[in-house]
Design a protein around this ligand. Structure first.
Ligand code: B12
Length: 430
């Protein structure tokens, strides 16, 4: 029995379709690892190789995040037309069950660990159910080691994506994580993480955790255990890490080269409305300096379009990040993803313009902002990215070179190239 696990491609002219430093989505290798040995399993990341519909598997499993739902459904419909059953899973099908059900023989809700072998055995018996809902969240003890051997190695910049925790202790209104993982923050046994790293190729690690410093006590044990491995790593964290000098020191010693941190806004009112009051704007400079002092670079995340944002927000944010010298930045337009609290609010106020999921990539305006027009928001976002990835800003933020310049140099170059080729198709605003 052949099983193919698929991650759909980004539109070629989208920002994410253009990024050249690719690394694999952990779900592909994780789901393959959960698949019993009797299956002939393969994984296909459509961002690095095309699907060969002329040689279909016996069963196709597709992982969907919201902006890739349209492409995922096309793939699913195509397979099903040929009589190949399809299972859909991931964050989008979990929050849009009925919609996903139209394109699938089965929809797996939530995490796969508790249900996947049941799905496969039901399939073999011909008793596949329409929906599979796990009872609660899985334990992170004894997670299977992802099947990295199945990856097309040459297609990726690096392949070492792994996870140490799931969930986030916070519940920001724009974020899908807490609605998906519940109000839980689960950690893997540190020795299992270390064993897994021992089985991986040498080189850079990306911990795809939502918040690697969600509990400082766990993070300290983890970082301490990483020190002898002499690895270099990158992950996501909340800004709270900056307040704990001991944790920062351990992060530095364990090889942390950069952290993706959600600043989100320079307006304390916006942060309050987002449910992210743990961020104190007044403390940003000091926090950034503390992280930089430990030779850790920062990729900051900022969201445009809250009810407090007016037309000045774009230049204010840009000026600020150049001043505090964030090595890299991800700008996002506020996006009402299914399952989030911001979607409920905007839907209640009748402010969602459309549900064309392909445009839910945080680069397109899909809702009516309060203080500016959708066109102003889109144009302000485009302007901010043009400036951010112009050489002037890159130079201002990275010079004098030192703090992990190579890593962030590649990151800035990659985003600059990708942004130049990105086409924003905001048909909703025409
Ligand atoms: C790592 C990560 C990234 C990396 C991705 C790169 C990479 N190659 O891995 C980076 C930092 C580049 C990134 C960027 C973006 N990301 Co991101 N990212 C994540 C993060 C933190 C972890 C994803 C992950 O690998 N998890 C580990 C795997 C094992 O878990 P999983 O995918 O959820 O799969 C499990 C279950 O969902 C289920 N499952 C999933 N698929 C399937 C399929 C089947 C058939 C079955 C049975 C089960 C199943 O089983 C798995 C095991 O339990 C998630 C948050 C999260 N916790 O999911 C956000 C998340 C996926 N990202 C999100 C977004 C919006 C983006 C961006 C659009 C943001 C932006 N401003 O541009 C970009 C898109 C870029 C891209 N190329 O993907 C959103 C998606 C929301 C949505 N509704 O779609 C999330 C959920 C974060 C959030 N705050 O809401 N991201």
């Amino acid at each position: 029995m052949k099983l193919q696990i698929i991650f759909p491609k980004w539109p070629a002219d989208s920002l994410w379709g253009q990024i050249y430093f690719r690394f694999p989505y952990l779900v592909l290798t994780s789901l393959a690892a959960l698949t019993p040995d009797e299956w002939d399993v393969s994984i296909l990341d459509e961002n690095v190789e095309p699907i060969d519909f002329t040689h279909p598997p016996d069963l196709a499993a597709i992982s969907l995040m919201t902006p890739l739902a349209k492409r995922g459904y096309e793939i699913a419909d195509n397979f099903r037309k040929q009589g190949v059953p399809v299972v859909l899973g991931g964050i989008h099908p979990t929050t849009m069950q009925e919609e996903a059900g139209v394109h699938a023989d089965a929809v797996v809700l939530g995490e796969a660990e508790k249900t996947w072998s049941q799905v496969l055995s039901d399939f073999k018996k011909g008793t596949l159910r329409s929906f599979y809902q796990p009872s609660g969240f899985c334990r992170l003890e004894g997670l299977r080691v992802p099947r990295r051997d199945l990856l097309r190695r040459k297609s990726y910049f690096f392949v070492n994506t792994l996870q140490t925790t799931r969930g986030c202790p916070f519940d920001c209104e724009f974020c899908s994580v807490t609605s998906f993982y519940g109000w839980t923050y689960r950690t893997r046994p540190v020795h299992e993480v270390i064993d897994e790293i021992g089985q991986m190729e040498k080189g850079f690690l990306f911990f795809v955790d939502d918040n690697i410093a969600g509990t400082h006590a766990y993070a300290k044990v983890l970082f301490e255990a990483l020190i002898p491995l002499k690895v270099k790593w990158f992950s996501q964290s909340s800004l709270s890490i900056a307040k704990d000098k001991e944790l920062l020191k351990l992060a530095q010693k364990s090889g942390c080269k950069g952290l993706f941190i959600g600043f989100e806004s320079l307006s304390q009112d916006s942060l309050k409305a987002m449910g992210k009051s743990i961020n104190r704007v007044a403390e940003y400079r000091e926090a950034v300096a503390a992280i930089h002092d430990h030779n850790i670079g920062i990729q900051g995340s900022f969201i445009f379009g809250t009810d407090y944002d007016d037309a000045t927000v774009f230049s204010d944010v840009l000026r600020f990040i150049e001043k505090i010298r964030l090595e890299a930045v991800l700008f996002s337009i506020l996006t009402p993803f299914p399952g989030t609290r911001i979607r409920e609010v905007l839907a209640r106020e009748n402010r969602i313009i459309h549900n064309n999921w392909e445009r839910y990539d945080m680069n397109h305006v899909v809702f009516q902002p309060k203080k500016i027009t959708p066109v102003q928001l889109q144009e302000g976002f485009n302007w901010a990215y043009d400036r951010l990835y112009g050489y002037r800003s890159i130079f201002k933020r990275l010079f004098p070179f030192g703090r992990n310049s190579l890593f962030f140099g590649i990151q800035n170059h990659g985003f600059r190239q990708a942004w130049k080729k990105t086409v924003i198709r905001n048909d909703a605003l025409d």
